[in-house]
Design a protein. Structure first.
Ligand SMILES: C=C(O[C@@H]1C=C(C(=O)O)C=C[C@H]1O)C(=O)O
Length: 378
């Protein structure tokens, strides 16, 4: 073989690729124009854009006809049909309610909101509320459900609730409440968790502590090393208050230094949590959406159609739109065995047209879809 350069060797086959791409592009444009004709028919007939059954027929056919390239052909046609549907959604202005929300929602939180949270003074929820709303002392309620009810019935403007701890994981009860109430998330903050071992002054050596379940889970190493048993209590601050008011011998509390100060407890050890970078993420819930111009976190939820690869194909659409998935949480749908709602967080801003178009498309296609908010993390 004469001494050909790589470019010379590649040239003929690249010419073939260029010829094929030219044909592919023409066929793609023709296919998009067919999709637009379908959209006009759907507009007149008032039928939804997504026809999952039709798409499954196409995917089954291309997998069969593509032979060894079957999987790749399915990925290609999934993307082609996603683009096709997106064009139809744009033409039909799908997600009208979401577009109206994007245009009409306030872009700033209330000036002097009434804040509600679970727990008691000195709880980590208290620290989060004051970080998010300086100077706005919260009203404390017994349970997370009470916080959601108070916001829903107007007794509070914003509720501050923990959604996840970096060590112990998601607060499932709160995600279930978010999915049940479908209120809006209008803010979030990560609060460092620094647990202390505390007791009432003048009481004896601590053999057992009380604290919230998640707090005990975050301090297993210290408690086990020191032979201290744990008993679940409603929350860390309430545990501190119980110990301060009852002064039980041998019983202490795991709580924050703030809570120890609020209730006059003696701090025996600080930073007893298993990991030093432990933090809890708190979300702010509200009845109405607030969509700041500089929001960078999108939260939404939906369940999945019963089609092969539906979660993958849905997440792929976010990736194709340049939106980075930062959280996914699946929770069982009450009363529907082994059916799940998916809660997702993405980076992005709803005021970006591409992002808005994608979320509007999903709102028309995904079962049980709710846009939960677009906010800036503090
Ligand atoms: C084109 C249609 O609309 C959508 C897009 C499809 C496609 O691009 O092939 C197929 C089914 C629908 O989800 C249709 O209903 O035929």
């Amino acid at each position: 073989m004469e001494n050909k350069t790589f470019d010379e060797l590649l040239l003929p086959v690249r010419n073939d690729i260029d010829r094929i791409d030219k044909q592919l592009l023409q066929l793609f444009i023709e296919r998009m124009q067919c999709s637009e004709r379908v959209a006009e028919i759907k507009r007149k007939a008032g039928i939804p854009v997504l026809n999952a059954a039709r798409e499954q027929v196409i995917l089954d056919r291309v997998r069969r006809d593509a032979g060894e390239y079957g999987d790749s052909a399915v990925a290609l046609y999934s993307a082609i049909m996603s683009i096709s549907r997106a064009r139809q959604h744009t033409m039909l202005e799908s997600g009208g309610a979401l577009r109206a929300l994007e245009q009409n929602s306030p872009r700033a939180l209330l000036e002097n909101p009434r804040i509600v949270c679970q727990g008691a003074p000195g709880a980590y929820s208290h620290s989060a509320a004051l970080r998010l709303f300086p100077g706005r002392e919260p009203v404390f309620l017994p349970g997370f459900g009470d916080v959601f009810e108070a916001v829903r019935n107007g007794d509070g403007d914003y509720g501050v609730v923990p959604v996840e701890n970096s060590d112990a994981g998601s607060v499932s009860e709160v995600y279930d409440l978010i999915l049940r109430h479908r209120m809006y998330i209008v803010g979030a903050a990560d609060i460092p968790v620094r647990h202390c071992l505390c007791r009432a002054k003048g009481t004896g050596a601590v053999q057992k502590v009380i604290s919230k379940q998640e707090a005990l889970a975050q301090c297993t190493s210290y408690l086990e090393q020191n032979g201290i048993a744990g008993e679940v209590f409603s929350n860390t601050a309430a545990a501190a208050r119980y110990v301060a008011e009852n002064r039980p011998e041998g019983l202490g509390a795991v709580c924050s230094a703030d809570a120890a100060r609020v209730y006059g407890l003696e701090i025996l050890a600080e930073d007893i949590q298993n990991t030093d970078n432990n933090c809890t993420r708190f979300a702010v819930i509200a009845r109405e959406a607030v969509l700041p111009g500089d929001a960078d976190k999108i939260s939404l939820c939906f369940s999945l159609p019963h089609t092969t690869g539906s979660l993958y194909r849905t997440l792929e659409r976010f990736a194709l739109s340049g939106l980075n998935l930062t959280k996914i949480e699946s929770r069982p749908i009450p009363g529907q065995n082994f059916e799940y709602d998916f809660y997702l967080d993405f980076t992005g801003n709803i005021h970006d047209e591409r992002t808005l178009a994608l979320i509007c498309a999903l709102s028309g296609e995904m079962p049980r879809f709710s846009f939960l908010g677009n906010y800036k993390e503090s």
